[in-house]
Design a protein around this ligand. Structure first.
Ligand SMILES: [Zn+2]
Length: 341
């Protein structure tokens, strides 16, 4: 951890409020091409197919690891539920181009129109594809805490970064699509004879995490509460809240879990274990080092990471995750000191 690294991570973790996001909220029309010939939806070459996991429920599965030009940003999952009165989508993938491909896959699966999109959280790999779906009659739902994210400087900073790192699939015509409806803790709705619950699970992976239960299918979409087969991304996380949220997932007794990254699960207990073990290890190891009085660098060097080092995304994510864990532990210690009579 260098001195220059620290403020950047702090600002990402605390999502400092600022008006910078407003500039990126401008609109472009569907299918637009700008003067330089840049298309709103670039062609994608990355393989994508729908996998049916229950009577009405499908998902597409991104590649393992972090976003890259090799996977064109397709490292996350999105799901859709086909009812007799329209389609409900859960998350929209990480670029407008991937969103367009997903839209085509939904169209090839059903003639039902897209009606509603529930966004698990406002990390770019889950919502940049919304741009391909926005039109009259399609509502976009997210938790009300997304307002805090949209009011911060983080959306503009992330979009600028992705225009570099994921060009041309994220480009000058890419924009931030804002929700049309903000939901609270537990929202139920029915569509075409199916019943849905949209549950707030944060603060966990992010403050605004939403899960969606498709009751008749027993399918629970959990967004980034569960990372299957890779190191989780913890940079905006509340570790204690996240570990508690995994207990809530188990209490819902889903037959099938579709997570934000990796293969779907038919065995929630076993497949939650990897994410949970990692989070608990972070919390206990960093907590112990903090108690010893070690600063972050010393703590990170002292901890044995070997049991997770072979997992995808370890190199890209582990140090930042550990730093976020350190901030969590520090915050909890300050709060405990303040609460002491
Ligand atoms: Zn995420």
């Amino acid at each position: 951890m260098t001195l220059r690294e620290k403020p950047r991570l702090l600002s990402s973790a605390t999502r400092v409020l600022c008006a910078g996001a407003i500039a990126v909220l401008s609109c472009v029309s569907a299918g637009a091409v700008d003067g330089a010939g840049i298309r709103e939806f670039e062609a994608t070459g990355v393989p994508m197919q729908a996998r049916k996991v229950a009577a009405h429920t499908y998902y597409v599965e991104g590649q393992a690891g972090v976003v890259s030009t090799a996977n064109e940003g397709f490292n996350s999952n999105a799901g859709f539920v086909v009812t007799s009165q329209g389609v409900v989508l859960f998350d929209a993938l990480g670029t407008p181009a991937l969103g367009k491909r997903l839209r085509e896959i939904v169209r090839a699966t059903t003639s039902q129109p897209m009606r509603r999109i529930v966004v698990s959280h406002y990390h770019s790999d889950h919502f940049y594809g919304l741009q391909a779906f926005v039109r009259p009659g399609v509502s976009v739902w997210a938790h009300e805490l997304v307002r805090d994210y949209l009011a911060s400087d983080a959306p503009a900073a992330r979009l600028a970064e992705r225009r570099q790192s994921l060009a041309p699939w994220v480009n000058s015509l890419s924009r931030i699509v804002v929700p049309t409806r903000y939901v609270g803790e537990d929202t139920r709705f029915a569509m075409g004879g199916l019943h849905f619950r949209v549950l707030h699970a944060g603060p966990a992976h992010t403050p605004e995490d939403l899960m969606m239960l498709v009751e008749e299918d027993g399918v629970l979409f959990v967004g980034d509460l569960v990372f299957s087969g890779r190191i989780p991304f913890v940079a905006d996380a509340d570790l204690n809240g996240w570990i508690d949220a995994l207990e809530r997932v188990l209490a819902l007794k889903p037959r099938i879990i579709v997570s934000g990254h990796g293969r779907y699960s038919t065995n929630a207990v076993a497949d939650l274990a990897q994410t949970r073990d990692y989070l608990v290890y972070l919390r206990t190891q960093i907590g112990a080092a903090f108690e010893e009085g070690l600063d972050f660098d010393a703590a990170y060097r002292q901890i044995d990471w070997s049991r997770f080092a072979a997992l995808p995304a370890f190199e890209a994510a582990n140090r930042r995750n550990a730093y976020q864990a350190y901030l969590n532990v520090e915050r909890d210690a300050l709060k405990a000191a303040k609460d002491k009579p």
